[in-house]
Design a protein around this ligand. Structure first.
Ligand SMILES: NC(=O)c1ccc[n+]([C@@H]2O[C@H](COP(=O)([O-])OP(=O)(O)OC[C@H]3O[C@@H](n4cnc5c(N)ncnc54)[C@H](O)[C@@H]3O)[C@@H](O)[C@H]2O)c1
Length: 266
């Protein structure tokens, strides 16, 4: 059994992880950690309205519940609190899975330092499918580099998404650019308009509408043939499931800095 302590337990991702965890026979969320302003009830089950979790502790102090778990997961959405949680956990020799996004490079370096003490996995996208897509993109672009294929990326999201292109599309651009031996800034082309003949570039296009959870396609367009690698997300639970897979995988691993590629073994 992998025992998980969940930081950010009452947030959107926290609740999704709690719900998905009930589907796993060998992963158990043993305690939740929340911001002090949000801890009104110290019973996690009551706080989230899930009877199955009755009796589990909800606290604002990770150190109080650290001895209960094997893996500490952070989805607090605040890189400084995620870093503080990783520090406490690493010194207590607990494994850490960080899903919080937006870490500046110097904080990533701090996480890497801490990963010398205990295993730490950082992934801004925990979907197993999306991570496999990154790997497939790398293989495909490398294989067809210098073979007269053009690479383009298309992403579609719901009408409420504020940022464009999506972080996943940017990561696809990065992976593809590197596979071509380029930097993303050298080849990324965000939208086209007017007279713009194609150069050595990777077009990145964004569509917005309705309730689309998230779609990403990497096109490799040649002469007489075309490859399309598509990932379609139909539920946000893919991130929660990926996080729980990461917990299951990281338990018992030696200290080190890991990603979802390690979980997938690719
Ligand atoms: N890695 C992935 O696959 C993935 C997927 C979706 C979202 N995210 C990221 O996960 C993070 C959380 O997203 P969300 O939509 O759940 O946000 P949210 O705001 O709904 O939830 C964050 C929760 O963390 C709590 N929190 C804040 N500071 C805390 C602290 N110091 N200690 C304990 N709890 C604290 C908040 O009270 C809140 O309940 C964001 O960074 C988001 O970008 C990652």
């Amino acid at each position: 059994m992998t025992k998980v302590i969940l930081c950010g337990a009452l947030g959107r991702m926290g609740r999704a992880i709690l719900k998905s965890s009930l589907e796993y026979a060998d992963v158990e969320v043993v305690a939740g950690v929340e911001h002090p302003d949000c801890v009104r009830d110290q019973d996690l089950g009551k706080a989230v309205g899930m009877e199955e979790l009755a009796g589990k502790v909800l606290t604002s102090r990770l150190e109080e519940v650290l001895p209960l778990g094997d893996v500490v997961v952070d989805f607090t959405g605040n890189t400084l609190s995620a870093l503080a949680h990783a520090k406490l956990s690493a010194y207590a020799k607990k494994a850490v899975v960080v899903g919080t996004t937006g870490f500046p490079q110097e904080q990533v370096e701090e996480l890497k330092e801490l990963s010398q003490l205990s295993p730490i996995l950082l992934s801004p996208n925990m979907s197993l499918g999306v991570n496999l897509l990154f790997k497939l993109a790398e293989i495909a672009v490398k294989a067809l580099k210098d073979k007269n294929f053009d690479v383009e990326i298309l992403e579609i999201h719901h009408r409420f998404k504020k940022d464009a292109p999506s972080g996943t599309a940017l990561k696809l651009l990065e992976v593809s650019a590197k596979a071509m031996g380029k930097e993303p800034s050298q080849v990324g082309k965000f939208g086209r308009e007017g007279i713009e003949p194609r150069e050595e570039e990777i077009g990145v296009m964004s569509l917005r509408g309705g309730d689309v959870v998230g779609e990403h396609t990497l096109y490799l367009i040649g002469f007489g043939e075309r490859i399309e690698l598509t990932h379609r997300a139909t539920s946000r639970s893919i991130f929660a499931k990926g996080a729980l897979e990461a917990c299951r995988w990281i338990k018992g691993k030696p200290p080190g800095f890991y990603s979802m590629f390690d979980v997938l073994g690719i």
